[in-house]
Design a binder for this molecule. Sequence first.
Ligand SMILES: *Cc1c(COP(=O)(O)O)cnc(C)c1O
Length: 405
Amino acid sequence: MTEQMQVTRSWFDEVIVPTYAPAAFIPVRGLASRLWDQQDREYIDLAGGIAVNALGHCHPALVKTLTEQGQRLWHVSNWMTNEPTLRLARKMVDATFADRAFFCNSGAEANEAAFKLARRYAKEKFGEQKNQIIAFLQGFHGRTFFTVSVGGQSHYSDGFGPRPGAIQHIPYNDIAALKELISDSTCAVVMEPLQGEGGVLPADKEFAKAVRELCDQHNALLIFDEVQTGMGRTGSLFAYMQMGVEPDILTTAKALGGGFPIAAMLTREAVAQVFQPGVHGTTFGGNPLACAVAETAFDLINDPAMLAGVKEREGWFRAELEKINAEYHCFSEVRGQGLLLGAVLTEAFAGKAKAFVDAGIEQGVLVLVAGPNVVRFAPALNLTAEEFAEGMRRFTLAVAQVVKA
Ligand SMILES: *Cc1c(COP(=O)(O)O)cnc(C)c1O
């Protein structure tokens, strides 16, 4: 009678592969930007499931779509298409630079598709020798072996045997380094418009422009990994829309399904054409249940009022974090864009980001780290003024707790 057994956090240490070190509490329900644990303790959620729950927990429109689609059709596999996948693709290409979409289930899988597509495109158009992928140090693109190898933190790809080859890393925002390395053998340059996991570090406008120009000069594809920055997070549907630069391939995931697993790779017609039947695929990709939920999330997020609200909320956070800093002097800078913000810790608190997260849990507010020196905020885009005020009241207590420790 599994349902009647009292589940405790200690089970994790017994039956789950120890990939993670989760918090001591177990959340059991959520509503908007609040979560409650097994003991009915309340948390204000400023972490948003790591930039996933863009509409908060259990948004009524998403619940409605999920239950309606759940009673109609879940999965048919890709030897048949389905209405939700076609509607979602139509909306995404209408709203972006892209002509076609490929759906899959996670950010890593979308990037895996993007990197394979870039390699195949270069091979077909220019020949086998054009296979170099250039990516950036501290970049993060997922945990499959190809994506972790393109990611710019080698400790994630060490220790698994020989890595996929022809991948090189250079410092982010370094135009000279890219100029030096890029050549006609480069098939793709891969970047996050704003490095999320790597420390909430935005690309300079000049840098993004230079990357685009250098890609064009060398017939290399520009891949934007918008898995974290996508779906309204920065105040536009995608971050590239504020950069004056368009990619050739874009990947997105996290917030796309508002908490339901789904990812997409978007691209132009000519590039898409090399993925002919049989070249790539995935069993669950584009399934009707995920696409129906994502379509509803898309409609709610791709709305001028929602996107303007993200900018407004960025202002709330910046003002409040400045106030906290005036008292506690623990941040050297607040960087990022929209509702993907990082409070960079001063020397005195170097390496202590996790202590702020832990103190937050004690005070009933959830925030994230982005590396050891940055406290990251990635809340729901529809965070209310009341949720924000209560969350920051608790975060201020958490800061005080760390500073006085
Ligand atoms: C989270 C993330 C990924 C990986 O997504 P998964 O769904 O965990 O595979 C890839 N790229 C970026 C920029 C991310 O933030």
